[in-house]
Ligand binder design. Structure first.
Ligand code: NAP
Ligand code: HSE
Length: 435
């Protein structure tokens, strides 16, 4: 006797949803073999049900998302995005006995706790591989493969749109607005691209990564976030002159006390200068790459396509197969793991190196006054370079590692010095070895 079909209902048929719907039908025979039961797409909920959607059977399309969520399908795949109505629909789906696969990082990072709790209450699965770094298998390694290790740091490029923009600015000196429009046309950007360029999308992903890595509940509100909208071609040029490239990084790290006991987590998203020779420095266009450091495993890097319909659909389908296999076997995947319950520490406690660009008056004693400001705040200078002279002189200072709080206090003090005309750039430097 052949196994009963696994039914799949889709909430959303846009960039990612349309691709998932197409692949579910196109690859049905292979998926059946891999799952051990036929996979049947039962409905696709969209906002505008009158629009033609090539590759999707028009009979499956509906504007009644509530009916689709409550249909009792074995798996409801949420690909609408946003907090509401996605959250209400996911909770309704779970309470109707459906397992849920979602790519919705905004919702998971805002209120993953209620999704996990409802999944546990109704005994269903919650899978979300596509929510971070598109096609790259990253969350399953953190949730399962590294579950026996202690992850200490996750560092990476997790937003394709901003990496695409920064790559074009770096390589072509391209105009920011034009490149953003190109990224949108390629299906990389969120419905509201502010989420990409202001770092909110990367912050949501950083929160998801931190929670899985450190077994501690982390929401997007815990992430210190700065986007790329203020990065100028002058910053890009300054980075180039020093052999660096600017990337929007997501960093989640454990902070240890002197006895090696974890005190808390720091999660941050910001543009940073990365050496061109560093593997992250070579990650171009909409590609993502994430470094994971763990006590026993050491350093690992995950690399691949981080955005776009087809790459994201690949991760969604991987989850669909995993959940369908669980159904066939009568089991469930992992639930929430937040037992470590570490506090989130303030960004002022983060340790990094910095680049500071200063427009100064070029006369004796200026450098001494600047060096004194760094010294007073305990920030050690690594290198100083002067470009130009007279009224147009620029000093480029690179520091050793310092706390964010010390660096901010130093920059405030520099702004008060009469010899400094302007602080034209301050950026963190990541990816260099040593102090
Ligand atoms: P999208 O192209 O904007 O598609 C959203 C879909 O949801 C559309 O089909 C839309 O209907 C439907 N929808 C929205 N609100 C609805 C409502 N209230 N009722 C019924 N249907 C509704 O978005 P996307 O790029 O596919 O992204 C989907 C999810 O995947 C988001 O959570 C996003 O963050 C995540 N994601 C996207 C990517 C990517 O590269 N695009 C990568 C990773 C993760 P209409 O078609 O009628 O407008
Ligand atoms: N807008 C996101 C990005 C989509 O550019 O990376 C993938 O999550």
């Amino acid at each position: 006797m052949s196994a009963a079909p696994i039914t799949i209902a889709l909430l959303g048929g846009g960039t990612v949803g349309a691709e998932v719907a197409r692949l579910l039908v196109q690859n049905a025979a292979d998926l059946e073999k891999r799952v051990g039961a036929p996979i049947r797409l039962t409905a696709v909920a969209v906002r505008d049900a009158t629009r033609l959607r090539p590759g999707i059977d028009p009979a499956l399309i509906t504007a009644d998302a509530e009916a689709v969520a409550g249909s009792g399908a074995d798996i409801v795949v949420e690909l609408m995005g946003g907090i509401e109505p996605a959250r209400t629909l996911i909770l309704a789906a779970m309470s109707a006995g459906s397992s849920v696969v979602t790519a919705n990082k905004a919702l998971l990072a805002a209120d993953g706790a209620s999704l996990y709790a409802t999944a546990a209450e109704y005994g269903v699965d919650l899978y979300f591989e596509a929510s971070v770094a598109g096609a790259i298998p990253l969350l399953r390694p953190l949730r399962e493969s590294l579950a026996g290790d202690q992850v200490t740091r996750v560092l990476g490029i997790v937003n394709g749109t901003t990496n695409f923009i920064l790559t074009k600015m770096d390589e072509q000196g391209a105009d920011y607005a034009e490149v953003l429009a190109e990224a949108q046309a390629l299906g990389y950007a969120e419905a509201d691209p502010t989420a990409d360029v202001e770092g909110h999308d990367a912050a949501a992903k950083a929160a998801i990564l931190a929670e899985l890595a450190f077994h501690t509940r982390v929401t997007v509100a815990d992430v210190d976030c700065e986007g790329i909208s203020h990065v100028t071609l002058a910053d890009i040029k300054a980075a180039q002159d020093m052999g660096f490239v600017i990337k929007l990084l997501a960093v989640a790290e454990l902070k240890f006390d002197s006895a090696g006991v974890a005190q808390g987590v720091i999660v941050r998203v910001h543009p940073a200068m990365v050496p061109r020779s560093h593997p992250l420095g070579g990650v171009r266009e909409a590609f993502n790459a994430v470094f994971v450091e763990a006590v026993s495993a050491g350093e690992m890097m995950f690399y691949g396509r981080g955005a776009g319909g087809a790459p994201t659909a690949s991760a969604v389908l991987g989850d669909v197969v995993a959940v369908a296999r669980n159904k066939v076997a009568g089991g469930r995947g992992p639930g929430e793991s937040v037992y470590a319950n570490l506090p989130t520490l303030p960004i002022g406690d983060a340790h990094t190196r910095y680049y500071v660009n200063l427009e100064v008056t070029d006369r004796p004693g200026v450098l001494a006054s600047i060096a004194a400001a760094f010294a007073e705040h305990g920030v050690s200078i690594q290198t100083v370079r002067q470009d130009g002279h007279g009224d147009g002189a620029q000093l480029i200072v690179r520091t050793h590692r310092a706390t964010d709080a010390a660096l901010r206090a130093t920059v405030d003090a520099l702004r008060e010095l009469p010899t400094i005309k302007r602080v034209t750039g301050v950026m963190r430097v990541e990816g260099e070895a040593g102090e």
